[in-house]
Design a binder for this molecule. Structure first.
Ligand code: ASP
Length: 317
């Protein structure tokens, strides 16, 4: 059997004009480190779920990505994180939403899957569960990031909220900061046994309010895995991704219509999502270890490595 790991670090208005050489180097190194960590597990015959969590953990620890340490600020100036994992073999899933001070939300999502008896925990309850399982908590300062803070300060007195790497906000007002370049993270993998796994972790959208939750932790919307079809992790403007149930819709097109992974992703990302104004993209892998990226935004931070010798790190469309 073949094996493949695909990862993303967010999609949005990512163009050569907004990336300096230093930025490109930082993203290349950040994505490559996560890819190597996860792929080593697959290359040694390890499980897809272990590879997904390992890769995402590296991205969460790197402040240039909007997840874990680099999570964006909410309307109240807090960092509230969402994450999910799904195991394609068992259809087991774990997710957390609106959690604070958790160093690695993806590990907590996996813990929910393995040890909570539930699928989806939120806010204080998720924190209680984390404490009961001995999870590392970090102080607010650990999550402080000057660039993210400045992005938030520029729009905190408005009703706007935005992707942290998007040049204009979601109500169409002039771009408050044309230099946004960070993103949500995710990984999908197919291991030697043909088992699939998916995971996604995010700080959500800058200036989000009222306990807003995006698509990332919603099983079937931002994250989904099923050995019978594919594993998907999404990134982009979460509201349309929830409305379109993106990840499960792609899986259904494989299962019920017999489409290829590429055909299914193209229909959902480049047609259905576009029609309701959903900007962003997906990473995907099927049970034959075919991996791909698909996005309707200017760019997506992304990387892929497989047992056929393909290795790729890219940003632009
Ligand atoms: N999809 C995420 C959310 O809406 C944001 C992102 O992908 O950057 O919370």
């Amino acid at each position: 059997m073949a094996h493949t790991l695909v990862i993303h670090g967010g999609a949005g208005n990512i163009t050569p004009a907004m990336m300096s050489k230093e930025d490109e180097q930082a993203y290349t190194e950040g994505l490559q480190a996560a890819l190597n960590k996860g792929y080593d597990i697959l290359a040694k015959g390890g499980a897809a779920m272990d590879a997904v969590v390992a890769a995402i953990t590296v991205l969460e620890d790197n402040p240039i990505f909007n997840a874990g340490r680099g999570a964006v600020f909410t309307k109240k100036g807090l960092n509230e994180m969402d994450a999910a994992v799904m195991n394609g073999k068992t259809l087991g899933a774990g997710a957390i939403a609106g959690v604070r001070n958790i160093k690695n939300p993806i590990a907590l999502a996996r813990e929910v899957m393995d040890h909570s008896g539930h699928v989806f925990l939120s806010g204080k309850g998720a924190s209680e569960f984390a404490l009961s399982r001995g999870f590392t908590q970090e102080p607010d300062e650990y999550f402080f990031n000057k660039l993210r803070y400045d992005q938030w300060v520029e729009i905190r007195d408005s009703d706007f909220y935005q992707l942290d790497h998007k040049a204009d906000n979601l109500k169409g007002a002039p771009a408050p900061n044309p230099d946004h370049k960070f993103g949500t993270v995710g990984a999908v993998a197919c291991d030697e046994q043909g088992n699939l796994a998916a995971g996604t972790s995010t700080g959500g959208m800058t200036n989000k309010r009222f306990g807003r939750i995006g698509d990332s932790p919603v099983i079937g919307a931002g994250t989904y895995a099923n050995n019978a079809t594919c594993a998907i992790s999404c990134t982009g403007h979460g509201e349309p991704f929830i409305q379109s149930v993106v990840a499960h819709d792609i899986s259904c097109l494989l299962e019920y219509k017999g489409l290829s992974l590429q055909e299914a992703c193209d229909i959902v990302v480049k047609d259905k999502l576009v029609k309701i104004g959903g900007e962003g993209g997906v990473i995907a892998v099927d049970s034959k270890a075919n991996g791909l990226f698909c996005f309707n935004s200017a760019g997506m931070y992304r990387a892929m490595k497989n047992s056929e010798g393909i290795e790729e790190v890219a940003y632009y469309g």
